[in-house]
Design a protein around this ligand. Structure first.
Ligand code: AMP
Ligand code: MG
Length: 270
């Protein structure tokens, strides 16, 4: 399976939430069938990042979006588990603080984009600025459309300057979210994860789905297409996102720079 093609939202094609079955697990039925593959890919991602660093001319940016409890944190933990912590930057975007809010919405995002040689991960992103803001009526439909264009231009700029962007929407069902939120209430060890606000946002499920559908349709560009990943089963979600990152790095095909011009003959370390 080529995950980059299988889960991609084709640029120009309208995306609707029911285009994806969050319960899907592809050719697999059980966690045990993919866990080894996921770990092997995580190890290879580490090697590829190291070469990317040696090359120092390009970077990879993974953007993770999804409803509350869709597993953005878990995905980062599993997919990046084997990667040298020095080789990647993870940024979790929260409600903008006073300084961030005093700039345009892309200011903090551009600042967090990965430097050449690194993998950057956005846990939430500039897409919150066309999702939560839209659902809460903080921007109009017209403003949202302007922002889709700004976002496409911004991402094109990053791509032009050497960043490969992988955008992932983790698709869970409303029922699965209910189970996960209830588990956070029932299990004292998960209480810290519970936020009263998640219940308020859950009531706006349909508005979020509509906002996601519109945003994904408008911003799945040839330079930076979206991938919609079925995420009700955590093991399959981890497998698919690892595969997306792995395939993307293989396609980038980083190379250790040519050192043949250097002449080390006769140099002795004393
Ligand atoms: P969590 O991911 O659970 O830590 O929650 C982060 C919260 O920050 C979510 O409720 C997001 O909707 C919110 N958030 C992130 N970025 C923005 C933004 N640009 N504008 C408004 N809220 C945001
Ligand atoms: Mg939360």
């Amino acid at each position: 399976m080529n995950a980059r093609h299988r889960f991609r939202v084709k640029p120009g094609r309208r995306f609707r939430p029911h285009d994806v079955d969050p319960d899907e697990t592809g050719d697999y039925r059980h966690k045990s069938e993919v866990d080894e593959l996921t770990s092997a890919m995580a190890r290879e991602i580490d090697g590829l990042q190291q070469t990317l660093y040696a090359e120092r001319s390009r970077s990879l940016l993974l953007i993770l979006q999804g409803m509350d409890t869709s597993g953005k944190d878990g995905t980062v933990r599993h997919v990046m588990s084997g990667v040298n912590p020095q080789g990647c930057f993870v940024t979790s975007f929260k409600v903008p603080n006073a300084e961030e809010a005093s700039h345009d919405y892309l200011w903090r995002v551009h600042h967090a984009a990965p430097p050449k040689g690194y993998i950057g991960i956005f846990n939430r992103s500039h897409y919150e600025d066309v999702l939560v803001t839209r659902v809460h009526g903080l921007i109009t439909s017209k403003e949202a459309k302007e922002r889709y264009r700004e976002i496409n231009d911004f991402e094109r700029l990053l791509v032009k300057h050497g960043t490969t962007i992988v955008k992932v929407y983790l698709a869970i069902s409303k029922d699965e979210q209910k189970k996960r939120l209830q588990a956070r209430l029932d299990d004292p060890k998960k209480h810290w994860k519970f936020s009263e606000n998640d219940l308020t946002e859950r009531k706006k499920w349909n508005s979020y789905q509509a906002a996601y559908a519109e945003a994904i349709t408008a911003t799945s560009t040839p330079e930076a297409p979206w991938h919609v990943v079925p995420a009700n089963h955590k093991w399959y979600r981890n497998f698919v996102v690892a595969k997306l990152v792995h395939e993307t790095l293989l396609k980038m095909d980083p190379k250790i720079p040519d050192q043949s011009a250097k002449d080390f003959k006769g140099i002795r370390v004393r």
